[in-house]
Design a protein around this ligand. Structure first.
Ligand code: FAD
Length: 394
């Protein structure tokens, strides 16, 4: 499957050299801000070094993971959900309100889900029986004994990461007052001006949405926030026979990653339990989860490894562990899983917190999501930016 192609870039001239807002980076964070700017009647120029979106925003699961967030991030994620649905209607995106199914295979896993249900209520966290979970996974009637039950999180959304950013870019390009400068590298920024490999672009407001590559443009600010690259091992598998659900499927290792789950009283016991039976999964920083694309194929991942400059090599053993675990959840043998693509995803990460929001000069802001939840937050961040509701981080 190829990523939908973006409009052919103007190779020698720079379109839209003056705009109310200049956005650097055509990933989901930059594009969501551009969509919000258009909604508010502003002219926008988007400057992107590549010829189409190829960063984290097309390499992920396409899971808007709302319910597993907490506090301020939960508020942003809820707001983002509305923005995604609105953008999907405008740009013709696939965005089913399919929710997420969290599969529990032990009493401890179930306890974490029940505690979340008690905190959030039965509408937000709907407990599921073993058979209901097995049916959603498309498992055969026999061989369900390893399942304990699970929970459906209906507020979670699904999008197709292969089409969302390219289609949003195409929709934006068709709006009056919007210009996209593809294949244009930004080399510097100051109040009112973005310096690019094709000449200057002027804007009243400038927003740098360059993800982890903030350290190339503004190393001091990136270092102050401790920005690192998190690399993740991903695979796409041929459509499994029985699995037809559009819900994102999360597992025990997912419950060890997202704040919504880790704040539950049984989370510590769950970590101990998983380290007892699946230490190797914790060793690769696994969040075993999968999502189905509209063509029936399934995205399976992921592992987490952190470094400032990422190692380019993908370990086969890591991929095998993730695929074996996904096969177990689907109730099929590892030999029945046929991989059709593998790739490495990279996103910005920081031990200091999930967001970098930094005003670099009057009218110039850097915004990087420094956690693996940029798809989830993108439209919420955009709305909060324009409302002036987004707190800057140091
Ligand atoms: C494998 C994987 C799975 C994930 N799963 C999920 C998920 O299910 N749900 C979720 O919420 N999040 C998920 N994430 C995280 C999410 O994908 C990211 O947080 C999000 O895509 C970040 O968006 P972005 O626009 O900041 O970055 P990017 O998509 O990387 O976009 C940044 C853009 O800036 C451009 N750029 C950089 N430097 C310059 C420059 N100097 N000049 C011009 N352009 C420049 C780049 O070319 C790039 O297009 C996942 C990430 C990965 C890698």
């Amino acid at each position: 499957m190829s990523i939908a192609t973006a409009p052919t870039p103007a190779r020698s001239s720079l379109p839209g050299t003056r705009a109310d807002l200049v956005v650097v980076g055509a990933g989901i964070v930059g594009l969501a801000h551009a969509v919000e700017a258009v909604r508010r009647g502003l002219s926008v120029t988007i400057v992107e070094r590549d010829l189409r979106p190829v960063g984290a925003s097309v390499r992920n699961f396409g899971h808007c993971c709302v319910t597993a967030q907490r506090g301020e991030l939960l508020d942003l994620a809820r707001r983002s959900r509305t923005g995604w649905l609105d953008a999907a209607a405008k740009a013709g995106l696939w965005a089913p309100e399919a929710g997420a199914l969290v599969v529990a295979r032990s009493a401890t896993e179930l306890a974490v889900l029940e505690e979340l249900r008690d905190e959030r209520g039965t509408d937000a966290v709907r407990m599921r029986t073993r058979d209901e979970v097995a049916d959603t996974l498309g498992r055969a009637a026999d061989g369900r004994d390893d399942l304990a039950g699970g929970a459906m999180l209906p507020a979670d959304l699904r999008v197709n990461p292969r089409e969302a950013a390219p289609k949003l870019a195409a929709w934006l390009a068709a709006q009056p007052g919007v210009h996209l400068a593809w294949g244009t590298n930004v080399v510097g920024v100051e109040s009112g001006t973005v310096h690019t490999s094709r000449g200057p672009v002027h804007g009243d407001q400038i927003l740098l949405c360059v993800g982890h590559d903030l350290d190339r443009l503004r190393p001091a600010e990136a270092e102050a926030h401790g920005i690192q690259r998190c690399r993740l091992s991903m695979a796409r598998i041929a459509a499994p026979a029985g699995f037809r659900s559009d819900a994102a499927v999360l597992t025990a290792t997912s419950m060890l990653r997202y704040d919504g789950f880790t704040a539950m009283p049984s989370a510590a016991a769950l970590r101990e339990e998983v380290s007892g039976h699946s230490a190797e999964l914790l060793g690769i920083g696994a969040n075993v989860m999968f999502t189905r694309l509209p063509d029936g194929t399934v995205l399976v991942g992921d592992s987490h490894a952190y470094d400032t400059t990422e190692i380019p090599f993908q370990e086969e053993a890591t991929s095998r562990l993730l695929l074996r675990e996904a096969a177990r959840v689907l109730g099929v043998g590892p030999g029945e899983v046929r991989v059709t693509e593998r790739w490495q995803g990279v996103y910005a990460s920081s031990p200091r917190g999930p967001l970098l929001v930094r005003d670099l000069a009057p009218g110039v802001r850097a915004l990087t999501v420094t956690s693996g939840i940029g798809m989830t937050l993108s439209f919420g961040l955009a709305a909060a930016t324009f409302d002036g509701a987004l707190r800057t981080t140091v």
